[in-house]
Write a protein that binds this ligand. Structure first.
Ligand code: ASP
Ligand code: MG
Length: 442
């Protein structure tokens, strides 16, 4: 016999998973970068008016970068702090004004409150470390963005519920890279979202941010709003997740780097995971797995051409059209790590090296070992690298090479690689059946 409460919750989740016809949308910063784009969000939502929708929204435009400047100035006690804050505030005030809100509309007070709250945080000494300060401040971008969009929609015929995602999305206290506490999150999402949908079939909430069990704000890592939408999709057994972007879908390369990029119509989950893992920035790397687990399709569609089909990521055998896909990662650093006494780099040293990478929360983009050295290619993060290298040099000899580019090609032909590397200095190259990776001097 199970206790009654267990039967009830499992019964409710059974119901949810079988009646779920819900879609989860995600709008990134570029889709809410000014008044015109916020209006465009409303235009897109008008196509979906009669169905339950949960809409995840990022900070407006480049607000996250601007708030990072605020955090850095605060943490390093630099000048310019007040100016940086003012820029963020003025930017939002202008959008509010251009959206036609009157001076007496409560949204103006909400903008004020946001900055009063930021002021309070900045008054204290950053005793709990950089990551903590970062998350408390940077998260305000998503909070104010969703307040503005929600208010605009409410006033324009799209009645909606504004939800503080921190009430339902819980992580551990790895600030800047919160690890989701799935059990509690799933319970909270399954309880709260249907409750809100009963009031209104449109919910507006934040991407990227979450909270610890002590109610401190955390973030999921840069560009993490896609992941938020995937977490909600998973917990709600959504029928589809749609990411609205400023590109027509997933392209075979970033057009900034490669002008022959073409749109991929269908991508299998596996391929999508690989592409994002290697650094395709179109979708946050953690997004696909939760969707794949429940077989929820993900569409990447253009907010500029909302009727176009975009790219569908799902349970497909293979990607269509099957052409080489390129992922370019600039600002790479190649570390070559060897023992101080010229001994071999064996399992024991490798395990110590991996431990150091894990402690510093550094992701390895490519690695290769020889008898006496271990080479790794990493994003040259100006915050993480100095302390990582310092710690490695306690036990090892470390040489490094900066300003490199890492190119990954999925489904390559030998000729693709030849063209790509012509007249370039190759520092390291690795090929498997489906994937080639090359480190080039930039
Ligand atoms: N606003 C956050 C960022 O710019 C999260 C996101 O956009 O997905 O990184
Ligand atoms: Mg963004």
């Amino acid at each position: 016999m199970y206790p009654l409460s267990f039967c009830l919750t499992s019964h409710i989740s059974y119901l949810i998973s079988h009646i779920s016809t819900m879609r989860i949308f995600k709008f990134g910063g570029a889709s809410v970068t000014d008044a015109a784009s916020v209006k465009n969000v409303a235009a897109i939502l008008s196509f979906f008016k009669n169905e339950p929708l949960v809409v995840v929204i990022s900070a407006m435009g480049k607000t996250t970068n601007a708030l990072e400047k605020v955090v850095n100035a605060y943490y390093n006690k630099e000048e310019g702090l007040q100016q940086y804050i003012k820029e963020v505030k003025d930017y939002h005030a202008e959008i509010i004004q251009k959206l036609g809100f009157k001076n007496e509309h409560p949204i103006n007070g909400e903008l004020e409150n946001t900055f009063v709250e930021i002021g309070w945080i900045l008054e204290e000494e950053p005793l709990r470390g950089y990551g903590f300060a970062y998350d408390q401040i940077v998260s305000q971008g998503e909070l104010i963005s969703t307040r503005i969009v929600s208010a605009f929609l409410n006033d324009n015929g799209f009645k909606n519920e504004w939800l503080d995602i921190r009430d339902i999305l819980q992580t551990d206290n790895t600030y800047r890279e919160g690890k989701v506490s799935w059990d509690i999150t799933e319970k909270l999402v399954k309880r709260r979202i249907p409750e809100l949908l009963k009031k209104n079939n449109l919910i507006i909430t934040q991407g990227f941010i979450a909270a610890t069990d002590e109610n401190f704000t955390t973030t999921l890592g840069r560009e993490g709003s896609d992941y938020t939408a995937a977490i909600l999709s998973y917990c709600l057994d959504a029928k589809e997740m749609i990411v609205w972007k400023d590109v027509p879908g997933v392209l075979s390369a970033d057009p900034k780097f490669y002008d022959e990029a073409i749109k991929l119509r269908e991508i299998g989950y596996r391929d999508a995971i690989e592409l994002t893992y290697y650094g395709a920035t179109v979708i946050h790397p953690k997004t696909i797995k939760p969707l794949e687990n429940k077989n929820i399709p993900l569409s990447v569609r253009s907010f500029l051409a909302p009727k176009d089909a975009g790219t569908s990521i799902g349970n497909y055998e293979s990607t269509k059209p099957l052409v080489p896909s390129f992922i370019f990662k600039a600002n790479q650093i190649l570390l070559s790590i060897s023992a101080k006494d010229f001994s071999f780099i064996a399992e024991e040293s490798l395990s110590r090296i991996f431990g150091i990478f894990a402690d510093h929360n550094v992701k390895i983009n490519l690695m290769q070992n020889s008898a006496v050295s271990f080479s790794v290619c990493l994003d040259n993060d100006s915050f993480k690298m100095p302390s990582l290298i310092l710690e490695l040099t306690r036990d090892f000899k470390v040489l490094y090479n900066e300003n490199l580019k890492l190119v990954t090609v999925r489904h390559y032909y030998p000729s693709t690689i030849e063209i790509l590397t012509k007249d370039k200095t190759i520092l390291l190259e690795q090929r498997s059946r489906n994937t080639a990776q090359i480190i080039l001097k930039d």
